[in-house]
Design a protein around this ligand. Sequence first.
Ligand SMILES: Nc1ncnc2c1ncn2[C@@H]1O[C@H](COP(=O)(O)OP(=O)(O)OP(=O)(O)O)[C@@H](O)[C@H]1O
Length: 321
Amino acid sequence: MEPIISVRGLGKTYAGGFTALKNVDLEIRRGEIFALLGPNGAGKTTLISIVCGIVNPTAGRVSASGFDIQRDYRMARSEIGLVPQELATDSFESVWATVNFSRGLFGKAPDPAYIEKLLRQLSLWEKKDSRIMSLSGGMKRRVMIAKALSHEPSILFLDEPTAGVDVELRQDMWDMVRGLRESGVTIILTTHYIEEAEEMADRVGVINRGELVLVEDKHTLMQKMGEKELSLHLPEPLQTVPEILADLPLTLSADGSQLVYRFDIKSSDTGIAELLRRLNDANIDFRDLHTRESSLEEIFVGLVKGARQEQQAQLTKETQE
Ligand SMILES: Nc1ncnc2c1ncn2[C@@H]1O[C@H](COP(=O)(O)OP(=O)(O)OP(=O)(O)O)[C@@H](O)[C@H]1O
């Protein structure tokens, strides 16, 4: 299937000379939820802003639903809804007027039935006559989503959709975003909350210092990069890992009550059978054992740290040369 968004060799150097994006290639599949993860200043907003036609790229091409975002700007833009980070909207207007006005900005004929459906879907119908200023933060955010969807785009960008939203509301937001996907909208979100990506995304892209360092199916990523931990609870705490087991990837918990064994999920031989045999030989007993997989957060921190170390090593090499 044709990707709904195609980004090729995208680069952005701002007027001051700062390069925010370097040679980014990315394809977004129709109907997916794609999470773009990256530390502050990585280039997430720059990437979104280029796709939405707010910032001009200095290199590369982007198309949305087959339309070139520069050559066919209007057509491309009409395919896209953007919910920016800041909640900026006219607070004296009613929800109904605000959302209808947004639709008009895209040159679309009024369609009260569609707007009603949208407001109902976003649980805003009861509030349609309320002024925006009287709404709670969570509702205002939903109004921003309604505005972004008012012209019936097929792609929705959510820039940090749950920044500053409490845990309970975050769950509501996630349910709602899933509902939007069910209705056929492709969703691209940026987030600092790894749990958000873990919870919702089909695929994850990691951006670091303007480079897309990885794009992967979420489950594959967690399998591929993940390690599993096997913790053995000891009846008697140990001071150190016994000498006889020193060649194994074992660590001792701070209080000495658990031996922690790390193994690679994708490896065919986890080495657990060998571990248990060696523990037996060493007369080390354990009360129970449990396993834990690394979270997306651990994988992400590891990736960004790895990329940084590589860059530093490269820089040191260059300065030495
Ligand atoms: N108009 C601009 N002129 C110069 N530099 C800019 C401009 N806009 C952004 N930058 C720089 O480009 C880099 C990437 O910024 P961007 O906002 O895309 O990052 P981000 O990943 O969205 O960060 P955050 O998670 O903090 O929102 C930053 O170093 C930023 O300072």
